[in-house]
Write a protein that binds this ligand. Sequence first.
Ligand SMILES: *Cc1c(COP(=O)(O)O)cnc(C)c1O
Length: 384
Amino acid sequence: MTRTVPLGQPTVGEPELAAVAEVFASGWLSGAGPSCLAFEGEFAEVVGTQHALATANCGAALHLALVVLGAGPGDEVIVGDYTFPATGHSALWTGARPIFADVRPDIWSADPAAVEAQITPRTVGILAVDVFGQPADYDELRAIADRHGLWLVEDAACSAGATYRGRPAGSLADLATFSFHGRKGITAGEGGALVGDSGDLMDLARTLHTYGIAPAVTREGERTLPVPTFETVGYNYRLSDVQAGIMRAQLRRLPHLLAARTASAAAYAAGFGDLEQLTLPVALPDRTHPWQSYVLTLDPALDRGAVALALREQGVGCNFGTYASHVQPVYAAAAGRPLPACPVSADLFARHLAIPMHANLTTDDLEHVITTVRAVVGSDAVRR
Ligand SMILES: *Cc1c(COP(=O)(O)O)cnc(C)c1O
């Protein structure tokens, strides 16, 4: 029987089950309760910010970030092009228009020069993406934002545990957002967080994430009967306390999970370094890569669909990388002007192939992936 190596896999077990049992015993299962508050304190410490707010997912955190920063109809937000739908969608949810900037060919995050070239009098902010977790160029982006009076948000969905010039991902912009979806480095199945240093912005986000009223936990133990009023339209963007319990256990595992992914990335680099059909992912020396995904760039002579099917047939999970946003019809319709071309991102969208990357890969798994990828990309059957 062929070995099957999945593309991604959460690392969960006894510690997470024990954490769930503890939350069950507490009786507070819904969101914004004691387990969420404890997780938020621990998470803020890990990402180096004053505040953290647990949310239902990263998309909710992105939406809250843009709302509290004041994005709305008529505004333009410059977004790194190569990303998941949540990033561009979050601008649309506020009524603002996402305008996409092309990305660096080596680390795939927004090219600062391309960002600056898209600034117009309508631009209000920059939404940079740490692609597959490696931080974008925050010193350069901060300088551009300051020069033009813009805010800066970090989509750190995949970045838990990453660093940039010695600073943790999450602390690199005015606000940052994380995802705890099952494909990310730490997970509660679904989940997310908004983090930042501004008490005012984070307080507003906290109110908005629970329908625009103060969370019930803030009324616990009162000697009167406080009744909230509705001052603003909010949402239910809460993480449940059950999920927060799982996240507290995941946070304690984070150093081990990062070490396991880093070792697998090193094994792939050694296993593929000599292949001219592949360009390997770059980890820049001034930042640490958390390896949410391991993504190969295939030579243009290879048929990616054929490579992917051959790998899957032999038990090697794989997929495309992420998305070029500027070619998606939903954004073109909303832009109100022709969206600029992003040729680098379009090329990555066509040639990227993600191969298995998670913290449970064994030496045998890695050997199977390396042997199979080497054989498939070297075979004439996958050439165009
Ligand atoms: C996964 C991901 C998201 C969305 O996360 P959810 O928690 O599923 O909303 C947003 N941005 C990027 C870059 C992602 O990779």
